[in-house]
Write a new protein. Structure first.
Length: 507
């Protein structure tokens, strides 16, 4: 997790805003709902005065019926407004989540594998699962809090000044004192939260690694070593959690105490005014209610900044992926590769994975004629895999060129090029589908008979028959039952069924 970057470039801001504004009708309706909630909040504080003055002091029987009626209406309107705003804002938020998820997936699918290697699979997954949620938090939760709480603060301030502006002026010298610690403690809690999140992520990858590598740990007798490492991590987590607990647990007593000072002042000054007859008990209690109700929206507004900062950090990570440009591009108006046989030629090919690294391949020259089988033999790390990856343009050459049918590989459309190549990778890669579907991946419209024939050609038919459900067995159900060689054969069957003119077998 990198440092939080609180800035989002203008164009990215515009993009998010235009995404939200697409739902302007719903936004408008949501704002109306929020105003309704805020109005109802203010009305509740206002109602305290007639309750006190008219019902309790003047003992007015008409008011005894009228005020509860109004209270029911106010609560009803607040409920409707609250549901409406919550529903509408979350609707918009979930729409935006979905938009980002789909765009990220589409983008990542189209980016070259060098990008996925560079970014690490886990990190990319968390863009799609986590970061999008945090952005939603920013656009919908924060927006709800911003508007609803802002309107509520306005409503309460209105009540406070409307009831007794002199008392209000006095209170406003004292109250900010009570509200300031909310901001202060919020910051501390957040700092420790980030710490615990990072430690938790670290713990997760540690668990993953040691559980999957348990065979090695046992063979090398390192259980005690790993147990110790784990205990150190849980100890760090414990310390951070306790710091968070202290900051959290201290914040409300301190806030309440300071708030108590403010309330004490209001009681003293307000009481004085009631005794002198410049104010009524109803006015006083209505005022006090509004002040106390002000606490909640102010607290939420003070947290808003955090939500926005987190959202911006996540949005930055999302946009970084979305705006990534592919290094493997097609020429304008690419040619379509056609035919059943062509030769492949490497012409002074050089290739390195990173600019400043020693090249994996230097000055390779070779030619494979149609129908010819070329076997590359070399030591481990010699560059065989790197070389074959250049043919379907999984990577692009950094020097020289690869020719296919006498023309530069790059002149053809990537799709038509790959349509003519079949590959069995060094590491067998299978998906969690049935055996049949895995083979069909090589030719989506293959019939069951074609699949069986491909399995026979790859010498996989026999052992597939031995699976609980034969060709319909799901790979995952087999667990680790598949041997390395069996996996490899399924991959070969998948490559054969494609029946492509160029067949690459890596190992
Ligand atoms: N994704 C990568 N990023 C950076 N360097 C890489 C990457 N993959 C391979 N290399 C490096 O490129 C060199 C050639 O690797 P390559 O996988 O092509 O060898 P190989 O001949 O296939 O070896 P083996 O026989 O073990 O499969 C090695 O030095 C390796 O460390
Ligand atoms: Mg290899």
């Amino acid at each position: 997790m990198g440092k939080i970057n609180p800035k989002l470039s203008k164009s990215r801001q515009k993009k998010i805003i235009s995404l939200v504004l697409k739902y302007w009708k719903k936004l408008l309706l949501a704002a109306l709902c929020m105003i309704m909630v805020a109005g109802a909040n203010g009305a509740m504080a206002l109602l305290v005065k007639p309750v006190m003055d008219d019902i309790f002091i003047k003992q007015n029987k008409d008011m005894l019926l009228l005020i509860p009626g109004i209270a029911i209406l106010v609560f009803f309107l607040k409920g409707v407004g609250s549901y409406g705003s919550e529903y509408l804002m979350n609707y918009i938020g979930e729409k935006i989540i979905r938009f980002f998820r789909d765009s990220l997936y589409e983008k990542i699918m189209d980016l070259p594998i060098s990008f996925i290697h560079k970014e690490k699979t886990g990190a990319l997954m968390s863009r799609i699962t986590n970061d999008v949620n945090i952005v939603k938090g920013m656009v919908s939760t924060a927006a709800i809090n911003l508007f609803r709480d802002f309107f509520s603060v306005i409503a309460f301030l209105f009540v406070i000044f409307y009831r007794d502006w002199q008392l209000a002026l006095g209170a406003f010298v004292v109250l900010p004192l009570a509200f300031y610690p909310i901001v202060l403690f919020g910051r501390r809690v957040r700092k420790f939260s980030t710490g615990t999140q990072e430690t938790m992520a670290d713990l997760n990858s540690f668990l993953h690694e040691t559980f999957t590598g348990s065979k090695i740990i046992k063979i090398f007798n390192l259980q005690a070593f790993e147990k110790n490492r784990f205990k150190k991590k849980t100890q760090t987590l414990f310390r951070l959690e306790m710091k968070k607990v202290i900051a959290k647990a201290l914040s409300s007593p301190i806030m309440e105490f300071l708030g108590g000072l403010g309330i004490a002042f209001i009681i003293w000054f307000g009481g004085l005014r009631v005794i002198h007859g410049t104010s009524t008990p109803g006015t006083f209690f209505s005022f006090l209610t509004a002040v106390m109700m002000l606490y909640d929206p102010v607290k939420k507004l003070s947290k808003l900044n955090n939500t926005i900062q987190e959202g911006v950090a996540s949005a930055t990570r999302i946009f970084d992926v979305l705006e990534e440009t592919s290094v493997i591009t097609e020429v304008q108006n690419p040619e379509i590769l056609e035919g059943k046989s062509f030769d492949i030629e490497f012409d002074h090919v050089g290739f390195s994975y990173n600019d400043n690294e020693t090249p994996a391949l230097t000055d390779i020259n070779l030619k494979v004629a149609p129908g010819e089988v070329l076997a590359l033999v070399g030591m481990s790390g010699g560059g065989k895999t790197s070389l074959v990856n250049l043919v379907p343009r999984l990577y692009d050459v950094t020097k020289g060129r690869v020719l296919i049918a006498g023309k530069n590989l790059k002149d053809f459309s990537i799709k038509s090029l790959r349509d003519h190549i079949s590959i069995v990778t060094q590491e067998p890669i299978l998906f969690n589908e049935s055996v049949k579907e895995n083979i069909r991946y090589g030719k989506m419209d293959a019939s069951d008979l074609e699949i069986e024939n491909a399995a026979k050609a790859a010498y996989a038919y026999e052992f597939i028959q031995g699976f609980p459900k034969g060709f319909d067995t799901i790979i995952g159900e087999l667990g680790s039952r598949l041997s390395g060689g069996e996996k490899q054969r399924l991959c070969i069957a998948r490559a054969l069924i494609k029946d492509a003119p160029i067949l690459i077998l890596d190992e």
